[in-house]
Design a protein around this ligand. Structure first.
Ligand code: ADP
Ligand code: GLC
Length: 478
């Protein structure tokens, strides 16, 4: 029998996106559908949802003492049905799903996502007049964490899977919030949704889901230690037999340099010389010296501590003394934005800082740059290093989480057996980072070796093919 999956998420590309969770939610369900599963996505109906598909009214469910509409659309360009939880009072305002323009979390986030979770439970229990009962409810990150907890109280419930995309975001709220949200008392204990006297949404997933997944095998091991577990390492190691690391795949159609309509000139591993035209376009666009020999080092990232932005800032003065160009695109922490902009304004011939986020530009940078920097302090999986490998843009990254699992460091042996795809460094220091960058520049100057690295990365299969199968095997066990 074809398994029925309700995939619960707070963002999904191209509907709405703040980071990698959206990319995964926009591509894994599609892969599951292609493998013959009956998968439906459920997401809040934010004002900024972008879709070209039609939206239909499906039903109205009572959640607590309010009425919530369930609308239906499709994930644009796919056959994946999307259920929209429509409650304008909580979701019909502009901007980011979690925070205002200044990056301050919306003050009613606990109420917003609790309502989303409760509406999801109604759908999961087939009480939303949709005539459909999932076998598995697959939740993602803290915003959906109360779903496994609330479902644990239901009889005849579907099985639950909770994927951790980032332990650093836990959905913690003051303990009074439990009463405000009318959450059942049975859930409130240190082995339940309580964490140090606070209400923890993520613990609803970690304590109650039948299986826990995180987005790389290395991160699955890391989060069982105090350095990465963010205080929940005890619970995670207690649940280690139910905890799996499944590496993220990427959308192989959307991120394909051969057919990418966002870039200046499509190319493949066989026509790598055409990648150069994308580099020229980038240099022209940002008034940099147009010269193919000057390497472009790029960063595309949320500007938060996790991403090692401090290390980048520490390295920039030394990078200026090297013959290279540096392009950074992203937004986030205001301090990082100011410091980076300052460098860009002072050294416009070498450093380009484009604050904000533009999906088309992200593709153009992946296509036009030579090297992608990811000096993350921790990285559950990371997607940009996968996109960059597909685009022949070589990653220089720290050995942590999914970066350690998806990049093969350049060494005599890996050069020989053609598995090398990038440059890895261990210590989170600017010295180690610069050394890795310098190693990459040496190889860059040898075009034959460099091309081999590009080809190695471009020929790797990092589509969802393998990882979707791992998820399906996990569903089968339940
Ligand atoms: P994370 O999810 O931690 O940000 P990933 O590498 O998994 O890291 O995913 C990053 C994805 O988010 C990429 O598709 C990237 O282009 C995109 N991205 C980077 N910065 C932003 C931003 N400020 N807003 C929205 N998306 C972004
Ligand atoms: C998180 C992580 C990132 C991961 C993404 C998708 O945002 O920070 O490493 O790739 O989720 O799983």
């Amino acid at each position: 029998m074809m398994k029925k999956i309700l995939f619960v998420t707070s963002e999904a590309h191209p509907l709405i996106k703040t980071g990698g969770l959206a990319d995964v939610s926009g591509s894994l369900p599609k892969a599951l559908l292609e493998h013959g599963l009956d998968v439906r996505l459920i997401i809040p109906n934010y004002q900024d949802i972008k879709t070209t598909e039609e939206i239909f009214y499906k039903s109205t469910v009572q959640v607590g003492n309010v009425n919530v509409n369930i609308l239906e659309t499709r994930l644009p360009g796919t056959q994946v049905p999307v259920l929209l939880v429509d409650y304008p009072k909580f979701f019909d305002y502009p901007g980011n799903p979690y925070a205002d323009e200044q990056g301050n979390a919306w003050i009613n986030n606990a109420e917003r996502f609790a309502l989303f979770c409760r509406a999801t439970v109604e759908v999961a229990m087939n009480r939303a007049y949709l005539d459909w009962t999932p076998d598995i409810v697959h939740c993602n990150d803290w915003q959906s964490g109360l779903v496994p907890a609330l479902l644990s109280l239901e009889s005849g419930r579907p099985a639950t899977v909770f994927t951790i995309h980032n332990m650093a975001y836990q959905g913690l709220f003051p303990k009074e919030t439990r009463v405000l949200l009318k959450l059942p008392r049975q859930l409130w204990s240190p082995s339940g949704i309580e964490f140090d006297g606070l209400l923890s949404f993520i613990k609803g997933g970690l304590a109650y889901a039948d299986r826990i997944v995180t987005v790389s095998p290395t991160y699955a091991a890391e989060i069982q230690t105090p350095d990465f577990g963010c205080g929940l390492e005890g619970l995670l190691s207690y649940r280690k037999d139910d905890l799996f690391g499944i590496i993220n795949g990427i959308d192989f159609e959307n991120w394909n340099p051969e057919i990418d309509t966002n870039i200046t000139e499509p190319y493949s591993a066989l026509t790598l010389d055409k990648k150069r035209l994308n580099k020229t376009a980038l240099q022209q666009k940002y008034s940099l010296t147009v010269d193919n020999k000057i390497p472009i080092l790029a960063v595309i990232s949320r500007l938060v501590e996790q991403k090692g932005i401090d290390l980048i800032l520490e390295c920039l003065p030394e990078l200026l003394s090297l013959p290279l160009q540096f392009i950074l695109h992203g937004r986030g922490n205001k301090y990082f934005e100011q410091q980076l902009s300052h460098f860009g304004k002072t050294y416009p011939k070498q450093i380009v800082i484009i604050l904000g986020y533009d999906e088309v530009l992200a593709h153009q940078i992946e296509a036009g740059a030579d090297i992608l920097l990811m000096p993350s302090l921790f990285e559950p999986c990371g997607l940009n290093q996968l996109y960059s490998q597909r685009y022949g843009t070589i990653p220089v990254a720290r050995k942590t989480g999914g970066l350690a699992d998806t990049i093969v460091d350049v060494a005599p042996e890996t050069i020989r057996n053609k598995t090398a795809t990038g440059f890895i460094f261990n210590k989170a220091t600017s010295g180690a980072f610069i050394e890795a960058i310098k190693r990459s520049l040496i190889v860059y100057s040898n075009s034959e070796k460099w091309t081999q690295l590009q080809v190695n990365g471009m020929q790797k299969d990092c589509s969802w093919n393998n990882s979707a199968k791992e998820y399906i095997e996990l569903y089968e066990q339940l």
